[in-house]
Design a protein around this ligand. Structure first.
Ligand SMILES: *Cc1c(COP(=O)(O)O)cnc(C)c1O
Length: 366
């Protein structure tokens, strides 16, 4: 029998979340952000679930090639643009629009083969201080692109630094509007957080990522409160149980000491599966449909859970590390990170099944 760990991907949850994004977007078009292998879900695996979007935002030409080969015909945007000369011909071949965020990338447009054109997204840095031109450079960049033989059309773009807590969104928006005034170009600004909380930042194309996968971009609102459904459920099973006596410690480093006799279960999931090693005692986990907590240090291939609230649990009982009824955001918070990181970090050794979560799989394996 294979190791019992599996990541289940629920396509109906994905389609539902795309619908939530579309409703929030109103008239704006939806560029579904599917970088990082669709936030760890598998780009091709989720492609049909993203069919309700108007385009995809990716990072690698290789990803653009894969979605084109799979028959995706809508807009594809490369969020970091071209990295080197030979990327220009490949972007043209795959019909990928490119972000242009620095002078060197304006120069790379010369490498587009004669007679072919790229859609270009000019990225403005309105405060994040990561990628993009300062607003004062925009007139010069627009001059360089005007009448450029390799440029089909231009979209203006920016990205918010703190849309999850609202700081500076208005100021960034003001800077963007001041730069864009008079240019009459389509605009793309909002990530998930801005899309959900700042309707005035919608622009023509919104760029939701994390919300599509059913996690919350906010610390102060759960995915469920936002009407989102988890797309990935990481689940495994108990492979052993034991009772540790009061005063006994368990696991590497003896990080947990029982204050009373405690029945515990060993789960086939560890940090080599992508479960965060930093998750401390008390991280939420579901065992046989009951909420409980992890105990002690996470090891490479296993972790330990408290079975005190789950007297019926035994070897084979299903364990949900995150997903259905155990939000990835809650696990991430306990581990001092965000849901994004956990979803992206699921290890290649974890088998993936595309299927809705089946509630009756809760009981012991038969
Ligand atoms: C990743 C990314 C997004 C999506 O952000 P979420 O917080 O996942 O919605 C949007 N725009 C850019 C430029 C990004 O890099």
């Amino acid at each position: 029998m294979p190791r019992p760990i599996v990541a289940r991907i629920d396509p109906s949850a994905l389609a539902h979340n795309v619908g939530v994004a579309r409703a929030a977007a109103q008239d704006a078009r939806v560029l579904a952000v599917a970088k990082a292998n669709a936030y760890g879900h598998g780009l091709l695996r989720v492609l049909h679930g993203l069919a309700g979007a108007d385009g995809l935002a990716l990072l690698d030409l290789d990803e653009a090639a894969r979605v084109r080969d799979a028959g995706f015909r809508k807009r594809v945007v490369l969020l970091e643009g071209l990295f080197e000369s030979r990327d220009a011909a490949a972007a043209a071949r795959y019909g990928a629009d490119v972000v242009v965020h620095c002078r060197e990338q304006v120069d790379l447009l010369r490498e587009v083969p004669a007679g072919q054109r790229l859609g270009v997204l000019v990225k403005l840095d309105t405060g994040l201080n990561r990628l993009g031109f300062p607003p004062s450079d925009l007139p010069g960049v627009m001059d360089a692109l005007a009448g450029h033989p390799s440029v089909r059309d231009v979209t203006l773009m920016t990205h918010f630094a703190c849309a999850d807590d609202g700081r500076d969104v208005e100021a960034q928006l003001q800077r963007f509007r001041a730069s864009a005034a008079g240019l009459r170009l389509p605009a793309t600004l909002a990530n998930s957080a801005a899309l959900l909380r700042y309707p005035e930042a919608r622009g023509d194309w919104v760029r939701p990522g994390i919300m599509l996968y059913g996690a919350s971009p906010f610390a102060d609102a759960t995915a469920r409160e936002l009407g989102l459904r988890p797309v990935m459920t990481l689940e495994s099973r108990l492979i052993s149980t034991r009772t540790v006596r009061a005063g006994d410690s368990l696991g590497y480093g003896f990080q947990f000491t029982a204050d009373r006799d405690t029945r515990v279960g060993i789960v086939a999931c560890g940090y080599a599966d992508g479960y965060p090693r930093h998750a401390p005692t008390g991280t939420p986990v579901r065992v046989g449909g009951i909420s409980t907590r992890t105990l002690g240090r996470v090891s490479m291939d296993m972790l330990t859970v408290d079975l005190s609230p789950c007297p019926d649990a035994g070897v084979g009982t299903r364990v949900v590390l995150w997903g259905d009824d155990n939000p990835v955001d809650a696990v991430a918070r306990a581990a001092g990170t965000i849901g994004y990181e956990l979803l992206c970090a699921v290890a290649p050794r974890v088998p993936v099944v595309v299927a809705p979560v089946v509630a009756r799989a809760e009981g012991p394996a038969t």
